[in-house]
Ligand binder design. Structure first.
Ligand code: ZN
Length: 165
């Protein structure tokens, strides 16, 4: 059964109960991501399941889908960045448990207190975005340059015209 994504989660209890959620998170809720964004419009679709797996380990799994707009570090224009993220987290209750995690799992440190759902999801988004965002390919930055007038001295044909006369 799918419930609406809550604002806060207590991962240990939810994993023991085996609960699944689906919902949306507004991009504007991601406070650490905000400085990297061209704007904070839009929402991300999030699914989140917490359970104990066959080994008895508490896990949180899910997906994040949507689009954010980063700032291209070359032309400083907005750059569409589609997100299609699958994540698998092992819910650990102390730093000591982080080390022996099975491969493919990232730790989610939970101490019985409520965690903001948006922050847990934001961590996964931050892991996936490039350290330096840039439009891919040389030609892709042109939206930022299109409006710049071509200076006379940069135009090779005007130089040729001068040589002729
Ligand atoms: Zn660019």
């Amino acid at each position: 059964m799918l419930d609406c994504l809550p604002q806060t989660i207590e991962p240990i209890g939810l994993a023991d109960a085996g609960r699944s959620f689906r919902g949306e998170i507004a991009v504007s809720e991601f406070e650490r991501l905000r400085p990297l964004l061209a704007d904070t419009d839009g929402v991300l679709q999030v699914s989140l399941s917490l359970r104990r797996d066959e080994r008895g380990m508490r896990v949180a799994e899910g997906s994040i889908a949507g689009e954010i707009r980063l700032v291209c570090q070359r032309c400083l224009q907005a750059m569409e960045f589609p997100l299609q993220v699958e994540f698998r987290l092992a819910i650990v209750t102390s730093e000591a448990e982080i080390e022996p995690l099975p491969p493919g799992y990232e730790p989610l440190l939970a101490t019985g207190e409520l965690l903001r759902t948006a922050e847990v999801i934001e961590d996964e988004v931050l892991l996936r975005i490039p350290a330096v965002a840039m439009h891919s390919g040389v030609g892709r930055c042109d939206s930022g340059y299109r409006n710049r007038p071509v200076a006379e001295k940069d135009n090779p044909f005007s130089i040729l015209e001068k040589l002729k006369t």
